[in-house]
Design a protein around this ligand. Structure first.
Ligand SMILES: [Zn+2]
Ligand SMILES: [Zn+2]
Length: 192
């Protein structure tokens, strides 16, 4: 008997008697909580409307604002940063090599200067000597301008960069920058 007359309680507070059932979720509520539940649905609707407006705005907006564009921007920034880091390292290594090379060349130029001075004072030279000094000077200049121990090399295997391409329905429609190469230095710094 008691069970058949027992009041069904509100799903939210579980204290007050339920007075209404929501058709949508089939849950029963007391009056204040039924109103609260209705407010929740109103808020939900409001959120959906806002999301819809935002989406419409984005669709109507500039192609440049598309989320995929910012993905490309990010890739670009990262790639540039990588190139700058590699270039910075390469410059530092070249500087070090050039400095070492300069020291060696300066010593050789000094030796040549001494010899030239002495021979000139003694008036002790002929074609053979002049030719030798001329060649010596040319070699030193070549070594200064294009040191044989240093060169830049394209390192295609160890490239820290990856390329991106736009794909549509499994087909590549464009390739972005297919030829950025990382430059790495042969870091041997042998001064001859
Ligand atoms: Zn309630
Ligand atoms: Zn409901």
């Amino acid at each position: 008997m008691a069970s058949s007359t027992a009041a069904i309680l509100c799903i939210t507070c579980n204290k007050k008697v339920s007075v209404a059932t929501c058709d949508g979720c089939q849950k029963r509520y007391c009056r204040p909580h039924f109103n609260e539940h209705h407010q929740e649905l109103v808020q939900w609707m409001e959120n959906i409307t806002q999301d819809r407006n935002k989406l419409k705005e984005e669709i109507d907006g500039d192609c440049n604002d598309h989320p995929l564009m910012s993905q490309i921007d990010q890739w670009e920034e990262k790639a540039i940063e990588t190139i700058r880091t590699v270039a910075k390292q390469a410059r530092a290594e070249i500087k070090q090599c050039v400095r070492k090379n300069k020291d060696t060349l300066e010593k050789k130029v000094e030796d040549l200067t001494e010899e030239l001075k002495r021979r000139r004072e003694d008036d002790d030279y002929a074609e053979k000597e002049l030719e030798r000094w001329e060649k010596q000077l040319k070699d030193l200049r070549d070594n200064f301008e294009k040191p044989s121990s240093m060169k830049l090399e394209e390192d295609r295997q160890n490239s820290p960069l990856y390329m991106i391409k736009v794909k549509q329905q499994g087909m590549s429609i464009s390739e972005i920058s297919d030829k950025i190469l990382s430059i790495m230095i042969e870091s041997e710094c042998i001064i001859t």
